[in-house]
Design a protein around this ligand. Sequence first.
Ligand code: TXA
Ligand code: MG
Length: 317
Amino acid sequence: MITTLRLLPDADGIARSAAILKDGGLVAFPTETVYGLGGAATIDSAVQGIYAAKRRPGHNPLIVHVPDLVAAEKLAVFDEQSRRLAHAFWPGPMTLVLPLRAGAGLSQHVTAGHSSVALRIPAHPVAQQLLRATGLPLAAPSANPSGRISPTTARHVLDGLSGRIAAVLDGGPCTVGVESTIIAPGTPARLLRPGGIPIEALELVLGHTPSRTADAARPLAPGQLASHYAPDAALRLNVTTPNAGEIWIGFGPCPGAALSLSASGDVTEAATCLFDILRQADALAGPAGHIAVAPVPLTGLGLAINDRLIRAAAPRG
Ligand code: TXA
Ligand code: MG
């Protein structure tokens, strides 16, 4: 066990974090989607440390974070469509899965042996400052133990990983609240994970609807395991009439609900608080408890919310 430092995102906190990362240590940091568990993507031991801290299976590759397109193009090969997506949505909550550039210098563990790499340019000012201060691409999966609820505050990170990482940079709560949308460019482009960029916005830039089907030669994101984001309590979805004893999470008008994703029925607001509300409901329900969630529409960020809820409700493997 090590003592995990909680660092402020001021000049000193950024400098200390950058020093730890350059030395191969692990620092969790805020992005606009969720907190990431950062390690230098070029240092084998750092990347292996990420898998160990999360207890993440080694076949599930990591997202690499860079500050700008110049840094991104050093790691991956962009075509016309990927550049169009990059210009439209970066910096922001989008990840592109692209052909790995020869000689990119990334640890082979980052891509779990794949010939593609997942890249993201986050918009969060603290993430941007950290990337620039470190001067290295940072591998960063969500900063939670594998299979559990993603963190949107420094407190959430410490609840899951305290004692297993060197530090967390506390940049306050994340604003988007669900992970990035993952896209593999192509004809058609493939939506590997719905997330912080709504599919409607992607369609406008792509000029077509991205496909959501896997085929044997090109599986969907390997990390998309059925059971994920799992609270301790059992979860029931699309519930308009909760059972006695269930902790009911409302959306829109839900008289009697213990908690609410958005009283006004706003999916963007619901995304921001989704993971924190799931944690609160889990604490209220207790270990053998039951949680019920009101229906959330599939429009806008509602697609990502429903994706996370379905995985949170899936039978545990
Ligand atoms: O918002 C986010 O994306 C956050 C923040 C920290 O950036 N990160 C995040 O990472 O959600 P993670 O590891 O929890 O999810 C990454 C997903 C996994 O499902 C993984 O399988 C997929 O990205 N992925 C990574 N590299 C890939 C690749 N080369 N091909 C296909 N999928 C890939
Ligand atoms: Mg994750």
